[in-house]
Every structure is written in structure tokens, then in C-alpha cells.
Design a protein around this ligand. Structure first.
Ligand code: MN
Length: 482
């Protein structure tokens, strides 16, 4: 994936100025290319209406181009950008910067003024995007400043998440858990907005594939489990069954080109166990997962993993410790071992599930790492999707909880447990989330803007009454938009 660096200018100032504009632009693009995680490629100087349109047409159909960065070194009359920006289908960042950081006392003369005029050139460019009302990210400041680089990085990551989203296929092994509301959603709208292909694959097909897995394939997977995890069980048959299911699911996911999947304990006909360890090990390989048929959260887990190399997992708010002001997050089985704390390996344990009526499944048990993170939930409000993101601080679990048979994480939500929980409920957030140590709220905000969906951020500033008003006005706004 790469990002195109486009400079706006015009013919007004003569050839010499344009040569300098190109030289400086190449230098800025080169600097950004070195500092950012994804390549920034100098593209060209836009001087005409036709030039702008042709360039954006090429960007739209270049599958390697993940977004365009536009900067106006000089004035670049914006009527010539209308057709280009109206047709733009890639994420768009307006970088409002300047080649020189300061004004040199002696260097400044009229030629200097003609060359270094993004202060008004970028305002002209910004106006037309505001008038066209197109989704954009504006980053302002000298291009060498660390905060400017960090904001561009956020946008780059959100943009690659958007590109990943637009090709994402999600396999549903069985339907949603019966009667559950929040995991439902409009799959046609999801494909329109996010590009997701959400399709069902019969559990019978998975059972057949599971039956076809060879003993040598299982042995190889067991060796992998032994290297990565510590066995705290004698029930190796249960672990082998998880290995068999993982191999079978992986074969189907690869065959169908799916990077995310769901299943449900209510639809396991012909299966011996609910996949636990199998799902956890797949998530660790970058696959998205959502329990109980939750395809929205599954897709979001895969997208979070595509945006950042830092750990992300499927998560569920499980139970509270009001004394400590903490939430204990876990799931029936499926927490991603990438979020496991460093010391010791995650442990393979086998316990009965209590629901679903199947054999006791093997699962990984561990404690999550401490650190700043976000919990994100995507809900279908009818006519629009809403992404709710909560700032949290994960802490090491305050007790050992020796009888808890699943992986666990504890966190303090901002501004505090009571306010956060009320605000989350007010916004309609689900019990299922993506817990991510790499995708910040700001990165999710940029992603939501690119996807053109509603974004709600709960943080240290959150006030319940203000939030209620924000949601009320947001509701009206989205009715007008649709
Ligand atoms: Mn659940």
C-alpha cells in the first residue's frame, strides 16, 4: 500500500517557481516517506483542471493507492479541483504545511512570497472541500513536527484499515444467537458502507471438513500448540479436537478468502465442542472473530488487526468490581492470546462449558497486559451504523480468580466506571467489543469518517447530559443525511 503526495499550484508564477515547488515537494514527500509506516510517493504538481481530474482518476483505480495527500505550496485556484475532488474515491488528507519553518529576515522578498504561500493557498483549497462537503482529514503544522507526523500516521493506518475493510469477507458458521438484538444488523448496508461480504457457511460443511483432517495435520498443530502454550490438562483428546477444528476452519477461510468468522454455541450440530483454543489461535494469526454470530464485531477485530500490529482481541464486558472501579472483561472462551501478559505462556485448560450441551472444550487461560487501550463497538441504529469507542486503562487483574476458567482482562473506563457504563448504555453500545492496544480512539474516528458512519467517543471529558444532547442532535443529523 502507498500514499500519493500531490502538490497544488498553477502556471501564474512562471517556470522557475514551479521547478522550486517540485523540488521542495519531493523533499517533503521524501521526509514523510522515511518517517511514516506506509510509503509516501511524490506524485506530481497539479496546475490545471484536466491535470487534477486525470490524476484522481488514476488514484481511484490504482489498487495499491490507499489514499492521497494534498498540499498547496502556492495558490492553486480551487474551481479547477472541483471535478477531481467530486470523483475522488480514496481517503483524502489535506496537509496544511509549509516548506520553511520560519521566515528568514533577509530572504523574504516578492519571489519568496510567490513561492511560500500555502497560508492562503491551502485556505482556498480547504474552502472547496468544505463547499463540496467531502470526507477529509486536515493536518496542520510544520511537516517535520512529531505531532504532525503522528496525525498523518493515524490517518495512514485508518486508510489502510478502510482499504482492508472494502475487500473483507466474513464467514458465518451458523446464524446469530437466538433473540439477541445488538449482534444483528443490515448486511446489505454493511456491504454498501464497509464493503463487507457477510455470508453463511453451513455447519454441516464444517463438520465434513473437520472429519477430513488427517492425523499428521493434527500432530503438526499439536506441536505448534506445545511450543506456544503451556498444557495444564491431561485431556489431550479435547485439545486434539480443537486442533482438528482449527485446521478445518482455516481451510474453509482460506478457500473462501475470508479474514473473519463467527460461530454460535446454539448451532454446533455434528460438532464435538465449541471451538475455543481453535478460535483463539486463529485470532492470533490475524483473523477476526465475534461470538454468538456477531459478524460486526468479528469484522471490527480483523480491521483493528489490519490497522495496527499491537494486540487487539474480541472482548466482552463480563462483570464489575465496583470497589475497585474496574470491569472484568472475558468471554466464554475466545480471547486472543496476543493480549496475554509477557510472563509465562498462556495455559491450555479443559473445562465444561455449562451451555451448548457439547464436550468440555480446550481453551487458553491467561491474564491481559496492562496499558492504555480502547473498546470499540459497532451497532446498527436502523438506517445508519454507529461506532462507539471508549478510552480505557487496562490493569493487571487485581486477584488471581483461581476458579475462573477463561482468559481475563481488567480495565478502568474513562472518566469512571459509573459514568462510562451509563454513557455506553445511553449510546446503545454492545456487550461485545474489540479491545485494542494499538487502535486509538483518534484512529477509529478517522476510520469512521472515511467510512461515513456515526462516531461516538467516550473519554475523560464525557458528561452524561452533554452526551445525551450530542446523540439527540446526531440522530437528527443522520436522518437528514439519509
Ligand atoms: Mn458473547
Amino acid at each position: 500500500m502507498n500514499f500519493w503526495f500531490i502538490t497544488g499550484s498553477q502556471f501564474l508564477y512562471g517556470e522557475e517557481t514551479l521547478i522550486q515547488v517540485e523540488k521542495n515537494s519531493r523533499e517533503i514527500a521524501g521526509f514523510l516517506n522515511e518517517k511514516l509506516p506506509f510509503a509516501v510517493e511524490y506524485s506530481s504538481i497539479v496546475k490545471t483542471e484536466a491535470g487534477a481530474f486525470e490524476l484522481i482518476k488514476r488514484a481511484n483505480f490504482d489498487s495499491e493507492c490507499a489514499g492521497v495527500i494534498v498540499y498547496c505550496h502556492t495558490f492553486s485556484p480551487s474551481k479547477m479541483w472541483i471535478s477531481a475532488l467530486k470523483s475522488l474515491q480514496k481517503p483524502y488528507l489535506h496537509l496544511h504545511t509549509q516548506y520553511n519553518r520560519a521566515i528568514d529576515n533577509n530572504a523574504i522578498d516578492m519571489d519568496y512570497m510567490n513561492l511560500h504561500q500555502s497560508a492562503h493557498g491551502d485556505r482556498e483549497h480547504g474552502f472547496i472541500a468544505a463547499r463540496l462537503n467531502i470526507a477529509r482529514e486536515i493536518v496542520s503544522g510544520h511537516y517535520k513536527d512529531a505531532d504532525v507526523i503522528a496525525q498523518i500516521e493515524n490517518w495512514q493506518r485508518a486508510s489502510t484499515g478502510a482499504a482492508f475493510s472494502r475487500t473483507l469477507k466474513i464467514a458465518r458458521f451458523g446464524d446469530n444467537m437466538r433473540e439477541v438484538a445488538v449482534t444483528e444488523g443490515d448486511k446489505v448496508e454493511a456491504q454498501l458502507k464497509f464493503g463487507w461480504q457477510v455470508n453463511t457457511y453451513g455447519v454441516g460443511g464444517l463438520v465434513e471438513e473437520t472429519g477430513a483432517v488427517s492425523q499428521s495435520e493434527i500432530a503438526e498443530k499439536m506441536t505448534e500448540y506445545c511450543e506456544k502454550y503451556e498444557f495444564k490438562t491431561d485431556n489431550l483428546d479435547s485439545v486434539r479436537e480443537q486442533a482438528r477444528m482449527e485446521i478445518a476452519m482455516r481451510k474453509i477461510l482460506d478457500r473462501e478468502n475470508c479474514r473473519a468468522f463467527t460461530n454460535t454455541f446454539e448451532d454446533l450440530y455434528g460438532m464435538e465442542q465449541l471451538p475455543g483454543l481453535a478460535t483463539q489461535n486463529l485470532m492470533a494469526q490475524g483473523f477476526g472473530y465475534g461470538g454468538e454470530g456477531d459478524w460486526k464485531t468479528s469484522a471490527l477485530v480483523a480491521i483493528a488487526k489490519s490497522m495496527s500490529d499491537k494486540p487487539s482481541s474480541f472482548m466482552e464486558d463480563y462483570t464489575y468490581d465496583y470497589d475497585a472501579g474496574l470491569i472484568l472483561g472475558a468471554h466464554m472462551l475466545e480471547v486472543c492470546p496476543t493480549i496475554a501478559a509477557d510472563e509465562g505462556k498462556p495455559q491450555v485448560e479443559v473445562h465444561a462449558l455449562g451451555i451448548g450441551g457439547k464436550n468440555p472444550p480446550a481453551r487458553l487461560v491467561f491474564e491481559g497486559i496492562a496499558g492504555l487501550a480502547t473498546c470499540a463497538s459497532l451497532v446498527d441504529m436502523g438506517g445508519r451504523f454507529r461506532l462507539i469507542v471508549q478510552d480505557v486503562e487496562c490493569v493487571r487483574p487485581i486477584n488471581s480468580y483461581p476458579n475462573l476458567p477463561v482468559a481475563r482482562v481488567m480495565w478502568k473506563p474513562a472518566p469512571d466506571l459509573k459514568t462510562s457504563a451509563a454513557a455506553w448504555i445511553c449510546a446503545g453500545g454492545a456487550h461485545h467489543t474489540v479491545l485494542s492496544y494499538g487502535v486509538s480512539a483518534d484512529m477509529w474516528r478517522v476510520w469512521a469518517r472515511i467510512m461515513e458512519i456515526e462516531f461516538v467517543h467516550l473519554n475523560a471529558e464525557t458528561n452524561l447530559h452533554t452526551l445525551e444532547r450530542e446523540l439527540e442532535f446526531g440522530g437528527l443529523l443522520w436522518k437528514l443525511k439519509n
